[in-house]
Design a protein around this ligand. Sequence first.
Ligand code: PLP
Length: 403
Amino acid sequence: MGLVGTNPILVKEAETYSTCKHFSTIYYIMQPFNVYPLYDITPIKASGSTLWDDKGEQYLDMYGGHAVISIGHAHPHYVKRLTEQMSAISFYSNSVQIPLQKQLAEKLGELSGLPDYGLFLVSSGAEANENALKLASFHTGRKKTIAFKSGFHGRTSAAVAVTDNPKIKSLINDDSHVVFLPFNDAEAVRNAVDAETSAVIVEGIQGVGGIHVATDEFMAAIRESCDEHGAVFIHDSVQCGYGRAGKFFTWELSGVKPDIITAAKGMGNGFPIGGVLISPRFEATFGMLGTTFGGNHLACVAALSVLEVIEKENLLENATEMGEYLMNELKDIPGIKELRGAGLMIGIEMEMPVADIRKKLLFEKHVFTGVSGTHTLRLLPSLALTKADADTFLKAFRDIMNL
Ligand code: PLP
């Protein structure tokens, strides 16, 4: 009965049907393709940084659904704008005027301090990096790409090729054009970038790799090497961008401006949208890039309302303040080896493995957190996290650590 999956109720039904004489064929029931190890928790309602499950239990969300919830769950402005748009028009293809795309580009240019950049809209982070890498290769006519150890850029073809994880690459994900260098090694960058190089792709703060912030010297070396050899500097801000680190994009931490910036996650507060911000030195031609869903009406309204809330509620300032508060309170807790990050992108590296701590936080204290590797807890809460929420987390963490 393996064909009907592992759900015992469905298996029982299938056995009943298959032994009935009117049914001689096997009875199939489609199941989700089982690629995610799941917690037995079913959230059905959310508001701000709070989730409720189907049993009425309340949870604190210190993970933002993997850095996606930027302005808070079910923000009233976001809900209103999306609901109104849904009743008007949800989708039409990129063959007609969609003024919302221009409004979004204008607002994003203004808030990110990149008004001269162009915006290409997609639906996910991998797709944003895929298009950034392709654009770089179109522009330079080259293939060699520099990426970094422990970096993560997504699971589609070009994006997974520059991701340092052989386990998620299949035979068709050729990465023979990619050179992986140690993160934050400026000298290695200077030695590796050459006249064959199409692009250097790097996260401003490595997320999946364990919350490691790029140094100013490293960013400057990438910029200088790309300029010297005519290569393209791609800054993957999918996880660390959109205010998460207290700056709109993390290139601002070093002040070194990239040629292309990719965004997704927090951009739509849960509505799937990604963006490629493109320096004015790239020229667009018809058909060069394209997508069915990218830039649809609903996605644009989701992203616009996120920007409106970020601006109105000063969420960059809040992320900076709350991040500093958490770091400050955490720094004296015994068992912590190192605290890394910026704003509300925080890595807590522990002296012991963190799997058990994360489980206890979730099941005993009802607090969602994330992990990177075996020893680092990851905090990626909403940028609107309140001090009361931060204190709830700190108390839960201290309790788990028996302090
Ligand atoms: N880039 C970075 C830095 C990420 O953290 C992720 C996802 O975790 C991606 C790209 C891929 O984004 P998506 O899962 O939306 O394709």
